[in-house]
Structures are given as structure tokens and as C-alpha cells.
Ligand binder design. Structure first.
Ligand SMILES: Cc1ncc(COP(=O)(O)O)c(C=O)c1O
Length: 475
């Protein structure tokens, strides 16, 4: 590589070390520098480009700490051979660390935003029962509510979850394996601090859950985008592109955001890969309770004979996201490691909401609520799908395979840009999200994500959809 290409511009606003860091990163993404290539020593590059050694050193330190470079002491510095395992497409994606954190659209009032993604029906939550149980839990807890809580979570809730998973998700686990976390992120934080290391490569469904991609990248993980098709994550492509990955994050029951289920052959293939490579599968079972046709699919974890699956779920969809409670099922052999990592993290917070959820489950309200929400969401989904067909006709298509969850993915026809469509909708207060934003690769079909759980009736669905049509007419 011609070192002149690395020459920073003095007139640029960006600091010299940052320009140098970016030039190297871009050269790796463009394939001008390949994994294993030697890079010049700090001293020779500084002298070649007439820069201070400290400046070059700083850029090299950043590249090394982010996993682009590997320092080999007296043998010099090379482009990290570990980048080989993410393949061409992966390297291009790795070259784009998140610039701005992905943020959920924020409502201006307490009401949910129209079409808001990921929100359960707030109007249908049994608040009176909840308030009564919250009061009761506080009384029963007594002084225990004032002491330092167990960082692994409140034991009665861990027991209630273990029982629920056995009955509803086909997962046989003890309560000691269940760790209560601050939502899905809390579960991932625990995983990152226990079995993963900064710089580890992981398969990420593409398109996949936007907010977690951001979180993992900021935690130092290198994500290799693996395409999703009508059978879910394409394991064969994963094996070709990044066979040596240390982990894979998957949403097998209801792929987020496409809604497809991971087929049984793919499930078995994925488990086989993890077993052969000693890799971890992070199963995100975020909304499996909501499936409107056919029987609920068992969790991938229920097929896991080799303890390679780290099962996670959340109360954000089945209760409400303001709770910030999720959980992780750790492999039996690693309970001790997870427990000691949990001791050093902030954990799931106060014991009071955990005790309230435990009570809610123990008294049968949880099962009742889920049953009600399943039929309510099936109805609300129909309201939206019918309204979209009426207002947009063939301009927006919803695949039948997505019959589950709390959102639909509408594919845009013609040459419409989903980003323009979503931006126009958002400028009118409609929380539509663009599919391309959830994808790591540059190209792919254009579509939009729409939450339906808070659309109360057919009339409201038509009125909202007309507003959407108005807002996006020119987009
Ligand atoms: C794919 C997916 N995973 C997990 C979650 C839950 O995340 P949290 O527990 O942080 O609310 C969501 C919420 O929208 C989601 O869409």
C-alpha cells in the first residue's frame, strides 16, 4: 500500500490521529490492506508522513483496541488475521462502527406514538390488579425490600420463570440457571462479561434487531452480517463467511424484523455449528408468546443438548417495557461464572417490581393476560393489515409468513426509498421505521416496520393509515 494515501490533511477539522485511524480502517474495508498484512512501524510511518510519533501511536492504539490491528511485539504490527473470519462483506460492515446511537422515536406525550415499534397494548394492561399486587408485594417483602437485593434476581421470580419456561417453551432448567436482568440489554451485558471478549466476532441476523446491534458493537463485538431468508438465518452462509465466529445472535421463533421462523433443518444446523466450534448461540425469544396461527413453536433452547444456547427473554412485550426486566438462562456448567459476573454488574435493580411480577405469575394473572393479548393482537393486526390494503392497495405488501408479534413489515413497491417514506411519516408524528436502517448490508428490499398493538379499532386503523398515506405521498 502506498503510504502517501495515508497522509492526513492539516486543513481538515478532524484531528490528525483520527484521520490516520480512519484511513487505515477504510483501507481494510476496501481490501487494500488484508488480514495478516504488516503495517509500517510507528517510527517509520511518523518519519515518512512527517508526523509526531505520539500521533501515529495514538491511531495505532485505537486500531489495536478495536481489533483492526494486532501488535506482535518485536515482530511488528499486522492487520488482525481474526478479520479473516468475518469475510469480505463482514469487513465492509466492520468498517462502519456506529456513528450515532440508534434511538427509538420518543413520544412527546405519555401516549404511545402511532405505529410505535415494540410496544405492547398499554390500554389493555390490567393496571388495577398490578397496583394491588405491587402494594401487597411491598407489605410482604417488609425489610427485604430495603436491603441490598440479590444481583442474580429475586428468587421467587426466578422460580416462577423456570416453571413457566418448562411448561410454555419446552425448556427444562433449574431456577439457579435463571438470572433476572435489566431487560435484554442487561442479559447481553452479562453474556459479554462472562463468556465473550472484546473483539469477538459474532453472526448477526441481517436485517436484525437494530438497537442490539448498536449495543454489541459499542461493547467491542465485531458483527458479521448473515442474511435472513424465508427459513430464517442462513446458517450455510454464516459458515462460509465467518465459520470461526464465537457467537450468533438469533431470534428463531419470530425473526426480528422479518417475522419468519427459523426452520427445523436450520435450527439443527445452527446447533451443530455451535457444538463443533464451541460457539455460543444467543437466543432472543422476545415475543414468542404472540403467534396467531398454528401452535407456538418451542424455543431453540429446547433442542440444545450441548448447552451452547444462552436463552434470553424479556417482560417488555408480555407486560410492559417500563418495567425494564428480562432474563437469561445460563448453562448449568457455567452458573458460577454468571453469578460472579452478576455480582459486579448493576443487575436488575429494585426487588419490588420483581416481587410484583412473581406475584402476578403465581396468581395466574400472567397466563390470563397472555391469553387475552393473543386474541386482542390478532384482531388489531387484522385492523391494520385491512386498512393498509384499503388505503395503499398493491403499493404496500405484507407477507402472510409474519403472522405473529406486535409489528408488521410492509414491503414497498416501485422504486420507493423506505428511508424517505419513514422520514416523511416521522415528520408527521408517525413512528414508522425503515427496514434498510435495520440492515447492515447496503442494498436489499425496501420496507417499513409498523407496530399495531395500540391501534384500538378498525376505524382508528383506517384513519391512521390515511394519515400515513397523506404524509408519504410525496416521499
Ligand atoms: C428483537 C427484540 N429483542 C428484545 C427486545 C426487548 O428488549 P428490552 O428487554 O430491552 O426491552 C425487543 C423489544 O422491542 C426486540 O424487538
Amino acid at each position: 500500500m502506498d503510504l502517501k494515501h495515508l497522509q492526513p490533511r492539516r486543513e481538515s477539522d478532524a484531528p490528525i490521529y483520527m484521520q490516520l485511524y480512519r484511513r487505515f480502517r477504510d483501507a481494510i474495508a476496501a481490501g487494500k490492506l488484508r488480514p495478516g498484512d504488516r503495517v509500517p512501524s510507528v517510527r517509520s510511518l511518523a518519519s515518512e508522513l512527517h508526523l509526531a510519533r505520539g500521533t501515529v501511536e495514538l491511531a495505532y492504539q485505537m486500531l489495536t483496541s478495536e481489533g483492526y490491528f494486532e501488535a506482535r511485539g518485536p515482530a511488528g504490527t499486522v492487520v488482525s488475521p481474526r478479520l479473516n473470519s468475518v469475510g469480505e462483506a463482514g469487513r465492509a460492515a466492520l468498517s462502519k462502527p456506529p456513528s450515532k446511537p440508534a434511538q427509538r422515536p420518543q413520544a412527546a406525550s405519555d401516549e404511545p406514538m402511532p405505529f410505535q415499534f415494540g410496544l405492547p397494548a398499554l390500554d389493555a394492561f390490567p393496571r388495577k390488579t398490578w397496583t394491588r399486587l405491587a402494594g401487597r408485594s411491598l407489605r410482604v417483602l417488609g425489610a427485604a425490600a430495603m436491603n441490598y437485593p440479590d444481583p442474580a434476581g429475586h428468587e421467587p421470580l426466578r422460580r416462577a420463570i423456570a416453571t413457566y419456561l418448562g411448561i410454555s417453551r419446552g425448556i427444562a432448567c433449574s431456577y439457579e440457571q435463571v438470572f433476572i436482568t435489566a431487560g435484554y440489554r442487561g442479559a447481553l451485558e452479562l453474556i459479554c462479561r462472562t463468556v465473550l471478549h472484546s473483539g469477538d466476532v459474532g453472526w448477526h441476523e441481517d436485517p436484525g434487531y437494530l438497537y442490539i446491534r448498536d449495543f454489541l458493537q459499542r461493547s467491542g463485538m465485531r458483527l458479521a452480517p448473515i442474511p435472513v431468508d424465508e427459513e430464517g438465518l442462513n446458517v450455510e452462509i454464516g459458515r462460509r463467511r465467518a465459520a470461526d465466529a464465537r457467537f450468533a445472535v438469533v431470534t428463531p421463533t419470530h425473526q426480528c424484523p422479518t417475522g419468519v421462523a427459523l426452520s427445523l433443518p436450520r435450527r439443527l444446523e445452527l446447533l451443530k455449528w455451535a457444538q463443533q466450534r464451541r460457539a455460543w448461540i444467543i437466543e432472543d425469544d422476545y415475543d414468542s408468546e404472540f403467534r396467531y396461527h398454528g401452535r407456538p413453536l418451542p424455543a431453540l433452547k429446547s433442542l440444545d443438548r450441548d448447552e451452547r444456547v444462552l436463552y434470553t427473554s424479556t417482560f417488555s412485550k408480555v407486560l410492559f417495557p417500563g418495567l425494564r426486566l428480562g432474563y437469561l438462562v445460563a448453562p448449568e456448567a457455567h452458573i458460577g461464572r454468571f453469578r460472579s459476573a452478576a455480582n459486579h454488574l448493576s443487575g436488575p435493580g429494585s426487588v419490588w417490581p420483581q416481587a410484583t411480577v412473581a406475584e402476578f405469575m403465581a396468581q395466574g394473572h400472567f397466563t390470563r393476560h397472555l391469553r387475552k393479548m393473543r386474541s386482542l393482537y390478532a384482531q388489531r393486526r387484522d385492523y391494520l393489515v385491512d386498512a393498509l390494503a384499503q388505503v395503499f392497495g398493491a403499493g404496500l405488501h405484507i407477507a402472510a409468513t409474519q403472522a405473529g408479534g406486535t409489528h408488521v413489515l410492509g414491503m414497498l413497491h416501485g422504486r420507493r426509498s423506505d428511508r424517505d417514506f419513514a422520514a416523511a411519516a416521522q415528520s408527521r408524528g408517525l413512528a414508522i421505521q425503515a427496514l434498510s436502517h435495520w440492515r447492515m448490508r447496503r442494498s436489499g428490499p425496501e420496507g417499513v416496520l409498523m407496530g399495531f398493538a395500540n391501534i384500538p379499532g378498525a376505524e382508528e386503523a383506517v384513519a391512521l393509515t390515511r394519515r400515513l398515506m397523506e404524509a408519504t405521498r410525496a416521499a
